[in-house]
Write a protein of this length. Structure first.
Length: 513
C-alpha cells in the first residue's frame, strides 16, 4: 500500500467514508438517497462529495434539467381551447364570420382575437376575403381534431407537476408552444450524480473503519477519561479557508498619515488652514501679481458665497500693496502696477497650501517648523493624471541661519523616509528664490518624475509679514506619491471606491532605500 493512499485514508472525514461506502453499495444513488440511507443531511453529503472529488476519489456530475408546466394562461387555453380554436369552432358551424364581429362571436377579447387571427392564417385554418373570415378545407379537417400543440397542452394539463421530456410525437407541438408567449413556465432543476474513480476503488479495496471522530475535546471527555479512547480528527492545516478582508484605512489616508508622522517625528508642528481663503493669502501674500496667469478664472475657483473675505490688519495690507507696487524696502522694484484691495478680497478655494505658510509666518515668531496636509482645488479637467481637487503637503522652516542647503537636506530626509531617492532641478516661483523642483526616481520605469516645488521665500514675501529671518518652504502633491507607492496608473482609482482594488492593494509603509 502506497504511503500516499494510507495518508489519504487516514485523513478521510467520517462523512467522506460514509458516502464512499454508500456509493460502493449503490452506485446510482442520488444525494438525497444517500442522505436518507446514511442519516447525513444533504449539505453534508454535498460537501463530503465535493471534498472527495477534490481528491480525485470520486467524480461529481451536475445535470441541469428544464421542467415545463403551464402558466395560468396556458391552463386556461388547455381548458377552453387556444383562441384560434375558439374561432375555428364558431367558423365550423357558420362557415364565415364578418371580421368586425369576430371577438363577439368567439367570445374572446380584441387582443386575443388579433393573436388568434395570426395563428388561424399560419395554420391555414381560415382566410380573410373582403372583410370576411372563411374556413379553409384544412380548417374543416381540424375542426374536430386537435392540433399537435393542443395535444401538448392536454398532456401538460394532465401532468401538473411538470414535464421534463416530450416523446417524439409531442415534440413538434412542444416547439410550437415554446414559440408562443405566456403559455409555458420553465423551471430549472439541478441534480447530481457520482462515480467512484480508480483511486476511490483502491481505497475501498484497502478498506477502512467508520468510527465517529472527535473534533473537540470537552470538559466531560477529560473528566470521565474518555479522551483516552477517542479517535481524533486530524487538522488539515492546508485546507482552504475563506479570505477575510479586515477593515482598513484608505490607501490615500494611509500615505497622508505616514507623511504626517514623518513631519511630526522631524519636529514640525501641524497647521491646516481653511479651504476657503482670500486671494490675499492665497496669492498676494506670496508676491503673486494681481494679473498673474494662475489667478485666472480658468485656473482658480472663485466663490459666490462668500463673495469676499476679510483682509488682515491694515499695516500688513498696506505693506503688501507697497511691495507689489514699488518693492518698498525689500530691495526690489515690485511689479510696478496699482494694487487693488478688491482683488485681494476675492474669496477662492485655495489653489495650494502655501498660503498657510505665509499666514503662519504672520501669526508666529521664528523659529518655526510647520507643515500642513490638505486639499487644494484647481480648475482641471478630470483625466488619468488630473483631478480638480487633490492633496498637498506643505512645509515651512524659518529661523536664524536657515539656508537653501537646509531646504535640500530637509526634502532629502523626507523623501528618504518615504522610501524614495530624490534629485533637484532649478525652477521658478514668484515667491521663492532660489527655487527648485524635486524629482524622485522610479525604479520600474528607470525615469524621474517631478513631485513638487520648493524654495527660499523672497524678501518681498517675508518683509511685509514682519519676518527678518530666512525661511524655506516646499509643497508637493500627495496623490502622485500615492500613485507611485500603490502602482496606480490612473489617479481616479484613488477616489473610485473600487472594492476589489481597495481589498487587494498592499499597504506597505516602508523605507525602500
Ligand atoms: N505652491 C507650489 C509649491 C511650492 C511651495 C513652496 C515653495 C515653492 C513652491 C505648488 O503648488 O506647486
Amino acid at each position: 500500500m502506497s504511503e500516499d493512499i494510507k495518508k489519504t485514508i487516514s485523513e478521510l472525514h467520517i462523512y467522506e467514508k460514509k458516502l464512499l461506502k454508500e456509493l460502493e453499495a449503490n452506485p446510482e444513488a442520488t444525494p438525497s438517497q444517500i442522505a436518507e440511507s446514511t442519516g447525513m443531511d444533504i449539505k453534508s453529503v454535498m460537501s463530503a462529495a465535493g471534498s472527495l472529488a477534490s481528491k480525485d476519489i470520486i467524480e461529481m456530475h451536475k445535470d441541469v434539467q428544464k421542467i415545463y408546466s403551464l402558466t395560468s394562461d396556458g391552463l386556461e387555453y388547455a381548458e377552453h381551447g387556444l383562441p384560434e380554436r375558439r374561432i375555428l369552432e364558431v367558423l365550423a358551424e357558420k362557415k364565415e364570420i364578418s371580421m368586425k364581429d369576430l371577438s363577439k362571436e368567439a367570445g374572446i377579447d380584441k387582443k386575443e382575437a388579433g393573436i388568434a387571427l395570426g395563428w388561424l392564417r399560419q395554420k391555414n385554418w381560415a382566410q380573410i376575403d373582403q372583410g370576411v373570415l372563411n374556413i379553409t378545407e384544412l380548417g374543416k379537417e381540424f375542426a374536430d381534431k386537435a392540433g399537435v400543440d393542443e395535444k401538448v397542452l392536454d398532456y401538460l394539463k394532465a401532468n401538473a407537476d411538470g414535464v421534463k421530456l416530450f416523446t417524439d410525437d409531442l415534440l413538434d407541438g412542444f416547439k410550437k408552444l415554446t414559440g408562443r408567449k405566456n403559455i409555458l413556465n420553465v423551471k430549472k432543476e439541478t441534480s447530481h450524480s457520482f462515480k467512484i474513480l480508480p483511486k476511490g476503488e483502491e481505497i475501498l479495496k484497502i478498506g477502512f473503519t467508520i468510527k465517529e471522530q472527535a473534533t473537540q475535546l470537552t470538559h466531560e471527555h477529560l473528566k470521565d477519561g474518555e479522551w483516552k479512547s477517542l479517535e481524533y480528527r486530524p487538522y488539515d492545516i492546508n485546507a482552504e479557508a475563506p479570505l477575510v478582508f479586515a477593515g482598513k484605512k484608505h490607501p490615500l489616508r494611509e500615505i497622508i498619515d505616514e507623511i504626517r508622522e514623518i513631519f511630526l517625528n522631524m519636529g514640525f508642528v501641524e497647521d491646516n488652514g481653511e479651504y476657503v481663503e482670500s486671494a490675499f493669502w492665497n496669492f498676494d501674500s506670496l508676491f503673486q501679481p494681481q494679473d498673474h496667469a494662475a489667478r485666472e478664472m480658468q485656473d482658480t475657483f472663485y466663490l459666490k458665497n462668500p463673495l469676499t473675505c476679510d483682509l488682515p490688519d491694515d499695516a500688513l495690507v498696506k505693506l503688501t500693496a507697497e511691495t507689489h507696487e514699488t518693492g518698498a524696502d525689500t530691495g526690489s522694484i515690485g511689479w510696478q502696477y496699482d494694487w487693488s484691495e478688491d482683488i485681494a478680497r476675492q474669496s477662492v478655494l485655495r489653489t495650494h497650501t502655501t498660503g498657510i505658510s505665509t499666514k503662519h509666518l504672520f501669526e508666529h515668531e521664528p523659529p518655526i517648523k510647520m507643515f500642513s496636509v490638505g486639499r487644494v482645488f484647481r480648475r482641471e479637467t478630470f483625466d488619468y493624471k488630473h483631478l480638480p481637487e487633490f492633496h498637498q503637503v506643505e512645509g515651512l522652516v524659518c529661523g536664524e541661519g536657515i539656508s537653501y542647503q537646509n531646504l535640500l537636506g530637509t526634502l532629502k530626509e523626507f523623501y528618504k523616509k518615504l522610501g524614495f531617492e530624490v534629485r533637484f532641478r532649478p525652477a521658478y516661483f514668484p515667491y521663492t528664490y532660489l527655487s527648485t523642483e524635486s524629482e524622485i526616481y522610479l525604479e520600474e520605469k528607470g525615469s524621474w518624475i517631478e513631485l513638487g516645488g520648493a524654495g527660499m521665500f523672497r524678501p518681498e514675501v517675508l518683509k511685509p509679514l514682519g519676518i527678518n529671518q530666512p525661511a524655506l518652504a516646499f509643497g508637493m502633491g500627495i496623490e502622485r506619491l500615492a500613485m507611485i507607492r500603490y502602482d496606480v496608473e490612473d489617479i481616479r482609482m484613488l477616489y473610485k471606491s473600487d472594492i476589489k482594488w481597495l481589498r487587494e492593494v498592499p499597504i506597505d509603509r516602508g523605507v525602500r532605500l
